[in-house]
Write a protein that binds this ligand. Structure first.
Ligand SMILES: *[C@@H]1O[C@H](CO)[C@@H](O)[C@H](O)[C@H]1NC(C)=O
Ligand SMILES: *[C@@H]1O[C@H](CO)[C@@H](O)[C@H](O)[C@H]1NC(C)=O
Ligand SMILES: *[C@@H]1O[C@H](CO)[C@@H](O)[C@H](O)[C@H]1NC(C)=O
Ligand SMILES: *[C@@H]1O[C@H](CO)[C@@H](O)[C@H](O)[C@H]1NC(C)=O
Ligand SMILES: *[C@@H]1O[C@H](CO)[C@@H](O)[C@H](O)[C@H]1NC(C)=O
Ligand SMILES: *[C@@H]1O[C@H](CO)[C@@H](O)[C@H](O)[C@H]1NC(C)=O
Ligand SMILES: *[C@@H]1O[C@H](CO)[C@@H](O)[C@H](O)[C@H]1NC(C)=O
Ligand SMILES: *[C@@H]1O[C@H](CO)[C@@H](O)[C@H](O)[C@H]1NC(C)=O
Ligand SMILES: *[C@@H]1O[C@H](CO)[C@@H](O)[C@H](O)[C@H]1NC(C)=O
Length: 765
């Protein structure tokens, strides 16, 4: 797992920080299960919550001051400041479902080209483009579908959020416009929670971080021509995937003091739950949540999973990031089957900025840091040779860590920095501090997956393996020199997509019989709108203010899929959340733009469903999937009965689990995962609903996982009406030799027009 050193370390820094802030907050979320019929008014619900709290507190005053949120719309419960003792007492009380210590949920912060690169262009949908005009033949553009974005807020003045030409707010919106610090209610899309630190963040839906502005504009940014980053890159029309969708912004992530950066952001679980509670009541159709729990929690202990289950009950599509701690196994998060869990992959655009060495060798590099073109060669040094004595050890030498470089030896030179420990932008900051002219960064992950940054000085990232070539040149020459070639945007790069090196991967650590992630979408080097209250790097010395910024992460891929869900919803208002998920998944592709299998971040190895789920999304195809795999809230509860019936009792006491709950793999999911297949084999049930032509005949084809046989029965489905449901079974058996470990296959239904594909993932002991 050498893979994503820098992202792991970044996460680590955030976590250290969070545990400090937790120590004096001790926030607990108390779930009271379902609203009973007798609690009619909101006041009565709040009083009920309050009575629980007073029973463990010394006085009513103390109870009052410790209550943070009373969740009363669709979720029943409250959050409060409690001692561990009080939490214990509460958890024993009648009616209390669970008492969860709130873990602030961390996310890795991490789009001109991305929409054009997806198949929306085939539909004539204009999108994030680089100076290329697209043909116009629009889908509904997500018209009037309301997308709730749970994030760090929004920069409402961004052109991407212009209200020009928008029709009045749709009737289905039941929410409010909540004004606040530097925030007028004329932009009708906000609710806010928090705050954490008023000297850093705004007590309103205004975005300090930039992350929320980025994700919201990826979902539904209006078309903005001639969008560029830092004066020149990615010049083109910026637009979200569903530019006529409506945004409802729920600020759940708050800026807290950072160590290397001015601030970090944290997303407390109690705020997230409050946002779900409000968003559901407000009438949103889709929820986009680019937030990943740090800890792996059971469904009953995870605020996102609980909030999303309530959302699923109202047929709201919930799309979430799968995490940035990949590509190692079992790193995937947000794994509940009622959530669409999204991995991150590349687009076919590269910001090329090679390094020319004095000996004429050209090393490929990538950056989005702008600088003037010049043919002057500059002296080149290796960081490990220009350090202030005593500031590094043999294992931290060469990394350009803060305070290590000697200004005498660095001034006027280009510095080669090895990968490890600090983030890329922090290394740039150190070279700048020491007076360097520029720097060459060894990419922190192996392979072809480079996440570029807008550094504070000229700098480019080279493939990790090429670093040795540069170092060898420095070591074997008396006067090594180099120059960094200014950025050129290369379109149509191949291969693409490939999986981003950081994208978290399966198998699903909570439930091996449900495949996660579900799908992948663009999440590497995505350009979208940014907050003007911060800089592109958030570093202390970075005074730049930009309207657009380039970021990488599953935080960026999640809103792509949320936008695609909005497009489908606008075209098919009567489709439920499972239908939309199914349409997205069964139409995804596993093939790149060279007609070859999508690879992992190394570029050498074919990716598997553990990396991309069903594949790379194709929104243009997803609006017409042919068949769907339907399921609903009841099915999720039945599934949960098999997982742990006490969670069901807690979340929905009115539901009674059967003595013999269905097998988890029998949830009517668009993918099939079965772990520990025994000698007799396993028969998996599925039903398909016809949403294509009334009269259609679908035939199945199977690619069996290596070492297994797969038999689908019946192998033809004849439909005579739209909405008709047909059942089939998938019988999976070992071949003679028992295959160890995981094995991947697929089955595909087709009527000759639609291709409805499902991955199969099996394992045996
Ligand atoms: C737009 O879509 C319609 C219907 O699908 C199709 O007939 C037409 O050729 C498309 N036009 C363009 C310019 O792609
Ligand atoms: C809020 O609205 C007032 C009056 O329309 C305007 O003067 C002010 O600039 C606005 N502030 C922001 C932050 O939009
Ligand atoms: C972007 O491209 C347009 C035309 O394609 C041009 O007019 C404009 O000046 C460009 N902007 C920048 C900043 O390069
Ligand atoms: C709020 O942020 C400021 C500025 O970073 C910091 O000095 C202060 O300690 C923070 N307060 C809290 C309560 O964290
Ligand atoms: C660093 O030096 C110590 C002692 O000299 C040695 O034991 C260790 O193996 C070295 N580590 C590396 C990464 O070279
Ligand atoms: C390093 O990896 C890249 C990308 O896989 C490849 O194009 C390049 O040839 C490799 N360089 C060396 C020196 O092996
Ligand atoms: C959910 O789907 C099942 C079939 O899987 C159906 O029997 C049930 O009526 C549905 N429930 C709701 C609330 O739609
Ligand atoms: C089931 O869930 C309950 C409540 O969350 C928990 O206390 C219990 O340990 C779980 N049981 C198993 C077998 O995981
Ligand atoms: C479906 O129709 C085809 C002919 O169109 C027929 O051969 C086949 O037997 C039918 N299958 C079922 C399951 O009814």
């Amino acid at each position: 797992m050498k893979g994503s050193l820098s992202s792991i370390l970044l996460l680590f820094l955030i976590v250290v920080h969070l545990s400090v802030s937790l120590a004096h907050r001790q926030v607990y979320i108390v779930h009271i299960g379902k609203h009973s019929g007798t609690e009619r008014t909101l006041v009565e619900i709040e009083n009920n919550h309050f009575s629980y709290l007073t029973s463990v507190k010394k006085s009513k005053e103390e109870a009052k001051s410790s209550l943070l949120y009373s969740y009363k719309n669709v979720i029943n419960g409250f959050s409060a400041l409690l001692t561990p003792d009080e939490a214990d007492k509460l958890s024993e009380m009648d009616g209390v479902v669970s008492v969860i210590k709130s873990e602030p949920i961390t996310y890795r912060i991490q789009t001109t080209r991305s929409w054009e690169f997806t198949d929306l262009l085939a539909q004539g949908h204009s999108g994030f483009i680089n100076g290329v005009e697209t043909s116009v033949n629009k889908t509904n553009d997500g018209k009037d579908v309301i997308v709730g974005v749970l994030d760090s807020g929004i920069w409402p003045e961004s052109q991407s959020f212009s209200d020009e030409g928008m029709e009045p707010i749709p009737q289905s919106w039941k929410g409010i416009c909540q004004p606040g610090v530097d925030f007028n209610s004329s932009h009708c899309y906000e609710a806010q929670y928090g705050p954490l630190n008023e000297t850093i963040d705004f007590l309103s839906a205004r975005d300090r971080d930039g992350h929320g502005t980025h994700t919201a504009s990826t979902v539904a940014g209006r078309e903005v021509p001639h969008t560029t980053l830092l004066g020149g890159f990615a010049n083109g029309t910026a637009a979200g995937g569903a530019p006529l969708a409506r945004l409802a912004i729920y600020k759940v992530c708050w800026a807290i003091p950072g160590q290397m950066t001015i601030f970090e952001s944290t997303c407390p679980g109690e705020d997230i739950l409050a946002a779900f509670d409000d968003a559901i009541a407000d009438g949103v159709n889709v929820i986009s949540i680019s937030i990943v729990p740090y800890q792996l929690n059971s469904y009953g202990q995870d605020g996102i999973a609980i909030g999303a289950l309530h959302a699923a009950k109202r047929e709201i599509v919930v799309v979430a990031s799968c995490g940035n701690t990949g590509p190692g196994p079992s790193t995937v998060r947000n794994v509940a089957p009622w959530i669409i869990s999204v991995g991150a992959s590349s687009i076919d655009r590269v910001f090329s900025s090679p390094v020319l060495l004095g000996n004429g060798i050209k090393i490929e590099g990538q950056t989005v840091t702008p600088y003037e073109s010049s043919s002057t060669m500059h002296p080149l040094v290796y960081a490990g040779d220009v350090e202030t004595p005593g500031t590094t050890h043999n294992d931290t030498s060469g990394l350009c860590l803060s305070g290590t470089l000697s200004p005498e030896l660095v001034r006027g030179r280009i510095v080669l920095c090895s990968r490890g420990v600090a983030t890329n932008v922090e290394k740039g900051l150190e070279v700048k501090r020491a007076g360097g002219l520029g720097f060459i960064l060894q990419n922190p992950v192996d392979g072809i997956s480079i996440a570029v940054d807008a550094h504070v000085l000229p700098g480019t990232a080279i493939f990790s393996n090429d670093s040795a070539t540069v170092l060898n040149y420095i070591k074997t020459n008396n006067n090594p020199t180099a120059r960094i070639v200014p950025v050129m945007t290369v379109l149509g790069s191949k291969p693409s997509p490939f999986m981003a090196g950081f994208s978290s991967a399966g198998p699903n650590p909570l439930e091996p019989n449900i495949l996660k992630p579900d799908i992948t979408a663009p999440g590497l080097n995505i350009l979208a709108a940014w907050s003007e209250a911060t800089s592109p790097t958030k570093l202390f010395d970075d005074k730049r203010v930009v309207k657009y910024n380039i970021l990488s992460g599953t935080s960026m891929s999640c809103p792509h899929v949320a936008a695609a869900a909005a497009l489908i919803k606008a075209d098919h208002p009567d489709w439920n959340s499972a239908a939309i998920r199914s349409a997205l998944m069964t139409t995804a592709t596993q093939t790149n733009n060279m007609g070859l299998p999508i690879t992992d971040g190394t570029g050498n190895t074919a990716a598997t469903p553990f990396h991309y789920g069903s594949g790379h999304f194709q929104p243009g195809k997803a609006v017409d999937p042919g068949l769907i795999y339907d399921s609903n809230y009841t099915d999720y509860l039945l599934y949960l009965c098999g997982y742990n019936s006490s969670i069901v009792q807690n979340l929905d006491p009115s539901f009674t689990c059967l003595d013999d709950p269905p097998s988890p793999y029998d949830l009517n999911y668009p993918s099939v995962a079965v772990s520990n297949i025994n000698g007799a084999g396993v028969s998996v049930k599925r039903t398909a609903t016809n949403v294509g032509d009334a009269m259609s005949v679908y035939k199945v084809s199977v690619e069996a996982p290596v070492g297994y046989t797969v038999e689908i029965s019946p192998n033809t489905m004849n439909f005579t009406s739209v909405g008709q449901i047909e059942s089939f079974s998938v019988l999976i058996k070992h071949e003679d030799a028992v295959q160890k470990g995981y094995s991947f296959g697929s089955y595909t239904w087709s009527d000759g027009i639609h291709i409805v594909k499902s991955p199969i993932i099996v394992s045996s002991q």
